[in-house]
Design a protein around this ligand. Structure first.
Ligand code: PEP
Ligand code: MG
Length: 847
């Protein structure tokens, strides 16, 4: 057998001892901090990770030397101390050192019942965790007299030797078994799932027992001073008389800590101990700069603090704690900003399914728009509107949504689709509306005709049945789930206003309607980066006029339909400018293929024929003629502007007249007009010439002057490559990364959901590129476009307005590329503001 040296390396935890988290683990370091704060921590020694490794490898440990630190008749515990508390570790073993003689002494000091209970407990945990006996063998042991004799007998029977009496042997066996458990395969797998590195090390701490069992007031518990779910200041925790370790957490009969009408409390029984605990909590908060949960023991009226850990917290509690610490001067606002993870904010903006409740999942899909809502199932936009009229919450379920579903979406509290991906219609609109949405739930079977939904487990849900959509997790749940309300409180606002002081890239919102704009203002967006004007035409009254315009035979008929649309558009822009109060507003001219305004069903065509007073056959023929094989690559965006220029003329006139009106109302604005889907310089020249002419005409007619900026939405690969010449006619370029991703990959944004999971699972794409910006491919086009554009025009304003605009990684990319601002759905604005601040504060060097 290999012969090893006896190892003796350990350090007593004193205020000045050399204890480091990397060597001894977080618990040892934390205990040292508590010792420095003069909290009543029982004597403790720490074994560094290298010692523990050697023990695991078979080196004998000089347990006698460790025990010598704890007096002539030691009783001790051993606890795991990995570098990061989240990595877990082997279970704590209490009461090491108990043997017949020590038991006898305890009978005298603590009484026989207490002494028996302690010894029994030790024998059992030693048998299970050290001797690795089957826990079931103690199942029939009844607590009370005789239990101790029985567990000792069972131990001897199973191991063929009596229970070890020598405390040094007990300790060295405990240390060895804990060290080995850490190296085991399942422990490795468990911690690597929590992000621990392959070589994560374990330190161990050996601590003198503070008994929670004894004659006078004795017991143990945990206490914290904030609520883990809400973050509000409130004492919570548990205390159980005559108990040890974390028993109080499991026990039903535990005492309340503070005075409580429901039952006796520690504050009633031992008010001075309660005062002491509160004082220790305040010291920890102040000096450790964190809200801590304290584990304590009371032995015969004497308080000991065994441990303190950072209070576990929800996202909303995390934010409130960080702000409260900064407001109390414990940490700086900078640190408070850095302590809150930007992605965690989305949880605060919407209702959330309460994580403590039960979840009956009936379908999984893409978490397309965060938040949660409960309502009755409906299968059509009309049914959704019907529900809204009756003031009933409903969930709109569609195979996929189309523009004519928008009103239905407005009426619903959440959306579920069978198809689609992160940038499909349903996802984009839902995010804009702040509506929870799950899309691409392909394990569902939807029968819209029969108004029936079949879940993957075969359960059938019909119109009117209640379900819950969890858009944050991409799940549909049966029934009404327990909810947590949004947390847009003062702390939220305070944190974001601190974030604004640090960040160095602008954040605007994509907002199409007055409601969106109001949300954008509520979240302090610095303007509108993308107003998709086509959404304004989906209102009932405009939809019809729009169709008339599309079906016009002659320019004169088209002009007359457009003339009816003009005042509506002018009113839209005037209202938008009014809400934005002088903040910049970037208006994108009409973008979608016209056929999106055509009826999809025969019934719809008949209604249209009626409205237009034309024969059905003619309307059907014209609708057919407008259909395209590939509409997203067809007659849309600037191509419409070139072929049917009257539409853009009308929009420009509406924008400029609203600009004049806005100035009259005391909120002057310089509107930004943006041309979509450009791929060639000449397109910009043609549109610019006409828009300049419209501006001149409006100025002359109104006898008023105004300024405006014309820019280009860069969303085709060619526009990126030719950005140098395109910038000759553009004051700004805004990258539309939804279409740009679609065209760079040649991947339909509406259909990608079908195979995206497989692609990501098989590592073809690291992430869904419609979700996380593809910085390699699409990113290279962005950099090329930005560089070539700025080469032509040094003062060119650059931004991103695709869905990626709110994503922290994309913001990092845009910031590095020197973009002026990002623009995203209003509900993502807070996350973007915080992420931008993090990047500015941490330097954003290599991410
Ligand atoms: C884009 O393509 O990135 C974009 C913002 O426009 P839309 O999503 O309206 O096509
Ligand atoms: Mg686009």
């Amino acid at each position: 057998m290999q012969k090893f040296d006896l190892i003796t390396e350990f350090t007593e935890i004193t205020p000045s001892a050399a204890i480091a988290t990397a060597d001894h683990g977080w618990k040892a370091k934390c205990l040292q901090r508590l010792v420095r704060l003069e909290l009543p921590v029982p004597g403790t020694v720490a074994l560094p990770a290298r010692t523990v490794r050697m023990i695991a490898a078979g080196h004998p440990v000089d347990a006698g030397a460790i025990l010598a630190r704890f007096g002539p008749a030691p009783l001790i515990s051993v606890r795991a101390s990995p570098a990061n508390p989240d990595w877990g570790g082997p279970a704590t073993i209490l009461n090491i050192g108990l043997n017949a003689a020590r038991h006898q002494a305890l009978c005298e000091t603590h009484g026989e019942t207490a002494a028996d209970a302690l010894y029994t407990r030790f024998v059992q945990s030693y048998a299970i965790h050290v001797a690795r006996l089957d826990p079931d063998m103690f199942e029939d042991v009844k607590p009370g007299p005789g239990a101790l004799t029985e567990v000792l007998r069972l131990y001897a029977y199973e191991t063929d030797e009596p229970f070890p009496e020598d405390p040094a042997r007990q300790l060295s066996e405990v240390l060895r078994s804990m060290a080995r458990a850490w190296e085991g395969t399942s422990a490795r797998l468990l911690r690597s799932a929590k992000g621990a590195p392959e070589d994560a090390a374990l330190g161990l701490v050996v601590q003198e027992m503070a008994q929670g069992i004894g004659q006078g007031i004795s017991g143990s518990g945990v206490i914290q001073f904030v609520d883990s779910v809400t973050g509000t200041q409130r004492i919570t925790g548990r205390y159980l008389g005559q108990s040890q370790g974390r028993d109080a957490l499991a026990a039903r009969e535990a005492l309340y800590l503070t005075r409580d009408p429901r039952g006796p409390s520690l504050e009633d029984t031992a008010p001075e101990i309660m005062t002491e605990l509160i004082r220790h909590g305040a010291t920890c908060r102040d000096k450790l700069r964190e809200e801590m949960q304290i584990e304590f023991t009371i032995e015969d009226g004497r308080l000991s603090v065994l441990d303190a850990v950072r209070v576990a917290r929800s996202a909303r509690a995390g934010l409130r704690i960080a702000v409260a610490l900064a407001e109390d001067g414990v940490i700086s606002p900078r640190e408070a900003v850095l302590r809150v993870e930007p992605r965690a904010l989305s949880e605060l903006l919407h209702h959330q399914v309460d994580p403590r409740g039960l979840r009956d999942v009936i379908a999984n899909g893409i978490a397309a728009s965060p938040g949660a809502a409960t309502g009755r199932l409906v299968f059509s936009a009309e049914a959704a509107q019907g529900c809204a009229a009756r003031d009933e919450d409903c969930i709109l379920v569609r195979r996929e949504t189309a523009p004519e579903d928008i009103r239905g979406m407005h009426s619903a509290v959440a959306v579920l689709t069978e198809r689609g991906g992160m940038t499909s219609h349903a996802a984009v609109i839902a995010r804009g509306l702040g509506l929870p949405a799950v899309v691409g739930a392909s394990d569902l079977r939807l029968d819209a005709k029969e108004k029936r939904l079949t879940a993957r487990d075969g359960r059938i849900f019909r119109e009117g049945d209640v379900i819950t959509i969890d858009g944050s997790r991409g799940e549909a749940l049966a029934g009404a789930a327990e909810m947590l309300p949004p947390a847009l409180d003062e702390s939220f606002r305070q944190l974001l206003s601190w974030a604004d002081e640090f960040r160095d890239i602008g954040v605007r919102a994509n907002a199409d309607t007055p409601a969106d704009a109001a949300t954008a203002r509520r979240f302090d967006a610095q303007g509108i980066g993308l107003c998709r004007t086509e959404h304004m035409f989906f209102e009932e009254d405009r939809f019809v006029v729009m169709r008339e315009m599309i079906f016009a035979d002659s320019p004169a008929d088209r002009a007359s339909a457009l003339a009816r649309l003009l005042p509506m558009q002018r009113a839209d822009f005037t209202e938008l400018f009014g809400i934005m109060q002088g903040l910049p507003v970037c208006i994108r001219l009409f973008d979608p293929p016209l056929h999106e305004f055509l009826p999809a069903t025969r019934e719809g065509l008949r209604e249209l024929a009626e409205a237009l007073a034309r024969p059905l056959s003619e309307v059907t023929r014209r609708a057919e003629a407008l259909r395209e094989v590939n509409p997203m690559l067809g007659m849309r965006g600037v191509r419409l502007g070139v072929v049917l220029p009257e539409i853009y003329d009308m929009q420009a006139q509406a924008i400029f007249e609203a600009t004049i009106e806005s100035a009259k109302r005391g909120a002057p604005i310089v509107p930004e007009v943006m041309i979509p889907l450009v791929s060639a310089r000449r397109e910009v020249e043609l549109v610019k010439t006409r828009i300049d002419a419209v501006a001149a005409m409006v100025r002359t007619r109104a006898k008023a002057d105004f300024d405006y900026k014309l820019g280009v939405m860069v969303e085709t690969p060619r526009a990126c490559l030719r950005a140098g010449e395109i910038a000759q006619h553009a004051a700004f370029l805004s990258f539309g990364t939804n279409d740009l991703t679609q065209m760079t990959y040649g991947l339909s944004r509406d259909d990608a959901g079908r195979f995206m999971n497989t692609y990501v699972q098989q590592g073809v794409f690291p992430e869904d590129p419609f979700h996380i910006l593809d910085t390699d491919g699409v990113g290279e086009l962005l950099l090329t476009g930005a560089e070539r554009g700025r080469h032509t025009r040094a003062d060119l304003k650059l931004s991103i307005c695709g869905e990626h605009g709110g994503d922290p990684e994309s913001i990092a990319f845009c910031r590095r590329a020197g973009f002026d601002y990002v623009s995203c759905s209003p509900y993502r604005v807070p996350m973007a503001r915080l992420a931008a601040a993090h990047l500015a504060l941490t330097g954003n060097v290599d991410n």
